[in-house]
Structure formats: C-alpha cells, structure tokens
Design a protein around this ligand. Sequence first.
Ligand code: DAH
Length: 358
Amino acid sequence: MNELDSLAADAQTAFAQATTPAELENAKALFLGKSGRVTALMKGMAALSVEEKKSLGAAINVTKQSIETALTERRQALADAELQIQLKAEALDVSLPGRARGQGGLHPVSLTLERIEQIFASMGFDVADGPEIESDWHSFTSLNNPPNHPARSMQDTFYVDIKGDDGIPYNLRPHTSPMQVRFAHQHIKKHAEAVKVAAAAGLPEPGMPEVRVIAPGRTYRVDSDATHSPMFHQCEGLWLGENVSFKDLKVVFTSFCRTFFESDDLALRFRPSFFPFTEPSAEIDIQFQSGPLAGRWLEVAGSGQVHPNVVRNMGLDPEKYIGFAFGMGPDRLTMLRYGVNDLRLFFDGDVRFLSQFR
Ligand code: DAH
C-alpha cells in the first residue's frame, strides 16, 4: 500500500471511530486541517519539479477527495443516528388508543326518579318540586304531627339557624310530605283563578279538578348506616278528590310497582300502620315471586287516607274531599332494582361504581 492509500485508510478509520460530530471535526483537523497530514503533503510539493508536481498533485487530490467524501458520509451517518435517538426519545405511539373523555351518565337514583316520574305521568299525575329548607308548620304541624312528636326532635331532624314567622327554626325537610299541603294550596289557588276567568267570560263555574301529584326530591335525617344516609330521597304521592278511594290508591301503586320492576309477578301487601297524617295508614310491602329476592316481603312505602286535619290545613272541607297519599324511598327502589346492598355507595361519588349504570 503506498503512502497515499494508507493515509486515506487512516482517515477512514479515524472518522469511523468518531462517535459524535465534535469528535469527527477533531479527526478531520488531523487530515484536512491547517497542520493536517494532507495539507502537509501539499506543502511538501513546493520543492518538487514541475513534472513531479503534476503527477503527485493529481494523486494527492484524488486522496483528498476520497477523504472528504468519507468525511461527508460520516457526518451524515452521525446526524442520522442523532435524529434516530431524538425520534425515539420523542416517540409518539400512534397505535395507542386515544385518551377519550369519559362519557358521563345519570346517577342511578336520578334514573329511578326519572322512571318514577314517567310512570306516574302516564297515569295522569303532575310532578311537583318544593323547598328542601322547610318551615316547621309545613314539615310537621300541617301534617297533624303534634308538638311533642318524636319526629321533631333534634336526633331525627336537622334544623337551620333561621327562624320562621312562628319563631321556630326552619328544618331540612325530613320527608316530602310537606308537599301535600304546599301543592294543594297551589292547586286551589290555580282553581280560584280559573273560576274568576270563567265568571268574567260568563261561563259556568268549573269544578275543582282532582289533585293527582307526585313530589320527588331530597330529604334529610340524622341517620347514617348501610341503609340510611343523612341525605336521601323520597317521593310523595297525593290523590285527592270527591270520589277517590283506597281502591284507587291500591290500583295505582300496584301498577306502578309492576311497571317499575317490569314484572307482573309481583305481590303487594298493605299492612296496617300508623302515621299522624293518615288515618287509616298502611305500609306497602312488595314480594318478588322469582329472582334473588323471591319470597321476602320488602317495605317500599308508607301510605294512607289523608287525615281530616291535614285536608283542613290544605284549605279544603274534609267532608267533601278525600285524599290518599303515599311516600316511598327511591333510593330503596334503586337498591332493589339493581341489587345494590349498601346505600352509601350511591353517595360516595366513586365513578367505578356509578359508571356501571350508564
Ligand atoms: N312521610 C313518611 C315518612 O317519611 C312516609 C309517608 C307515609 C308518606 C304515609 C305518606 C303517607 O304520604 O301517607 O316515613
């Protein structure tokens, strides 16, 4: 191998050993720099004859060009390698599934409330809404709950620091029953307006339509365990008119339960009970004939004929108007429908639980 060939081979080796652009530039200086080996050869030609200059010069140029080519290739190779490293570091795996925004859904108890509203609406019931911070009169007195009734005690009812006109603090309604009286008042007022409109138009006085209403909503009690939550839901029902009977309540509630649980194979039992605002009163129990709960009587609502004192507090004559009421627990219905055994799961806000009802 002549001197020029080994020079080119040395350059190749030096460039190949450089693993960074900076190392490569240092290696370049050894050959092509001001005091590099190629430059030294060129300088050495000064002392040669014209003939020698011609042949050696051409040979040196060829070597120089091959070294430059090798340098360019190595530069490119290092740049490519660096790019690969960078691409790897910033890797974007387009095959990964995207982080989709989770789809929301209604809370299981909301699903139940919607379902209750739909079923009762289909039977001609209005849906009413009322305040959760309620007066003592509406929560208790108007409902024939005597002043010394244990339901009024602080162990059962939450009170707020605002007093009503009667000097008694407002409460967080412990049931939706106050909606019976509130709605009856609204109903009577609306009817009075209709009477006025009819009179002004010279039309005969319209009779008062029946009250058929449900009032779902949040209720509060000082109570907390696997089947009780300080905040829970109730749905009140009231059917009031001149010709309503317990039979109507039974028919309506039975068909509600059968529709709600999608089963005609559902037995109902009206078990005598006591509530201050109804007389007579009954607990409503249901019994599934098949499935995991088959055979057990499960309490789902309280009910009864509205007490004459309550009808009077509505502003109506108990001799003329008779009403039937019920109060049920949508949380309980949700637990039964979906087979949930701990009420607290509904209010923990754990998405892993809630997303199962979407
Ligand atoms: N308010 C009762 C409760 O919270 C439930 C109830 C029972 C409502 C009988 C009624 C009724 O309307 O007639 O336990």
